[in-house]
Design a protein around this ligand. Sequence first.
Ligand code: SF4
Ligand code: SF4
Length: 426
Amino acid sequence: MPRVFHVMSKPTKAICNLDCEYCFFLSKEALYPGSEFRMPPDVHEAYVRQLLAAQRGADEVVVAFQGGEPTLMGIDFFARTLELEAKHAVPGQRILNTVQTNATLIDDEWAAFLGEHGFLVGVSIDGPRELHDRYRVDKGGKPTYDRVIAGLDALKRHGVEWNALVTLNAANGDHGREVYAFLRDELGATFLQLIPIVEHMEGALASDRSISGAQYGRFLIDVFEEWARHDVGDVFVTMFDTSLAHWLGMDQAGSCVHARTCGDAVALEHNGDLYSCDHYVDPDYLLGNITEGRTLLQLVDSPQQRAFGQAKADSLPSYCRSCDVRFACNGGCPKDRFLTTPDGEPGLHYLCDGYQMFFRHVDEPMRVMTELLRRGADATGLREWYAAADARRAGNDPCSCASGRGWGQCHGRLIHGAGLSHMGNG
Ligand code: SF4
Ligand code: SF4
């Protein structure tokens, strides 16, 4: 079996042209004082060569670039990546190049290059203008929405495959329906990653910018209720795919956050230093440098990294172990387990109440999709299941989205009345 793992490489380290208020990368510049924060040619080649060698035999190798802002490296860096891949790929090896970007530097030249070479581009956008611009500002504190949309338009003009990465924070956290409708209807997004912002301050406290557990659960439910009725099979939301995998019994599939163990997603710094995870770029979690003897594969398979991944399961508090949705949640990312359980044990995830809300809410539809798939049918059958259930609801019945409102004042009104895109979360 080929060894498949994910490397998040950061050729500019934390350097970015923006100054998003919640960005945890910016504070990491201090780890490398005096550095130019540009991946040098020897590290660049070692990364591509070692990754392709490690994953020979895999269906597809993902070569990923993230930041900071990776487009600051310039097109030449990515053209060189393609040359290195041509030099080091084994015959028949399929390679997918991905870039996560704020899109503000993407112009027609960039988009033409990315389109011509089949890059998959992740675009960071937090919703419509007023929600996006709340935290995603440039170094001068200026809004960035128009520049992001201009970059995205360039990508679309050149037929570049893209997906949306949406951070969920205190500002957009109450606007699940509005954000989802905007992404789907106005931007045409068909693949969404929803990433909650959790900034740990001290003790059990998170920053004012962080989304709360209740907001996160509500956001996911609001999006799910719309997605399940209209978009299953057309729009892909990573959290929903991950959840379905868990209901199907695949507890390591999908996002690492809800996998039983982790450790297969390492972070590569500009200078070749490899860390256990992008959220643990810290001297205690440094595995080694890929140019100094041990290869990427040796470092990923090292006892230190295996212990890191296993600790995710081993450190679960007993409250989680006996939780009815543990199979889907697995306690979330250890980085954010800074609450105390009701019986006083440390290590409960900050978003626990949101996780419980969401996973319990989707239990029945997930079972429906699981059953459809087990019968060899299509999961899109969930739409019909919702339509049949909706037809039986009376106006005063509680709405299926658990908003606390009646069906006729909530989703029933949406379905039989005005279009979703005209609705707030109200
Ligand atoms: S520490 Fe968190 S983000 Fe990192 S691999 Fe584990 S679950 Fe994923
Ligand atoms: S929902 Fe809460 S209690 Fe249950 S496994 Fe997740 S974090 Fe633990």
